[in-house]
Design a protein around this ligand. Structure first.
Ligand SMILES: [Fe+2]
Length: 251
């Protein structure tokens, strides 16, 4: 499996605090069945500021360390970028990382609302041939309260990434129900762990996919997994979600 949203790099944000934390996360990822992860440290959120050069250096160091220790996990470069005023200028200045150095960029909204400049920003990104991937829309209060808003973003060309723990039910039944609803409506294109710490916010991608398989059918699992593969290969993402599994009704 491929995980496109993780905070596995040490010391850059509220994810892994040290190299040993990163190694613990890496071992856990391998155990969960993950072979490739995109490292997406926060930028411009929660007081964390990261830049492309720093992420590249830390990614190379961690890959070396994993190699030395014989842990079969590959780390790719990425970043989780909060919407902010100078985002486009910083992108042009080479300060920001896209996901796996592709045309896809992980964009985070604050948890309370959708920033008013998001529409305009997404439009500008598309003009630069960059497709925004909205991180965990199910955890944004405004999107969660009005799926039409998310539909508008997706219709305008954005993609969205659901958190595996949300759909697995680990964040409560309400969030699980909402997550499944987003999947059924074709508003989700990727599932990722958003792992921060091996104990507090672990890799649990397999359980997310398991819940999706049970609730919606294997076609959804295949669809999300293939999209993650396509993303890291810089290929086009399939925007058409499979049809939801029909429940058998016994009369
Ligand atoms: Fe994150």
């Amino acid at each position: 499996m491929i995980d496109i949203h993780t905070h596995i790099l040490p010391g850059l944000d509220d994810g892994a605090g040290s190299l040993e934390d990163s190694i613990a996360l890496a071992k856990q990822a391998v155990q969960d069945g993950i072979r490739t992860v995109v490292a997406t440290p926060h930028h411009h959120a929660r007081g964390y500021y990261t830049n492309a050069e720093q992420i590249e250096i830390e990614t190379a160091k961690l890959n070396d360390e994993l190699d030395k220790r014989g842990i079969p996990l590959e780390i790719l470069i990425g970043q989780e970028v909060r919407v902010y005023d100078d985002l486009l200028a910083d992108l042009e200045g080479g300060l920001l990382s896209t996901l796996a150095s592709t045309q896809y960029m992980l964009i985070e909204f604050p948890s309370s609302n959708v920033p008013r400049q998001a529409d305009e920003l997404f439009h500008e990104l598309r003009l630069l041939d960059i497709t925004p991937v909205i991180a965990h829309p199910e955890r944004n209060r405004e999107l969660a309260g009005n799926l039409r808003l998310l539909e508008d973003f997706v219709e305008a060309g954005a993609l969205a990434q659901l958190t595996s723990s949300s759909v697995a039910g680990k964040m409560g039944r309400k969030l699980q129900k909402l997550s499944l609803e987003m999947c059924k409506k074709g508003l989700v294109h990727f599932v990722a762990s958003d792992a921060h710490h091996a104990i507090n916010r672990p890799f649990d991608l397999a359980s997310g996919y398991e819940a999706i398989g049970k609730q919606l059918g294997q076609a959804f699992v295949d669809y999300y997994q293939l999209n993650a593969e396509r993303l890291v290969r810089s290929e086009l993402i399939n925007r058409e979600a499979p049809a939801a599994k029909r429940r058998l009704i016994f009369w």
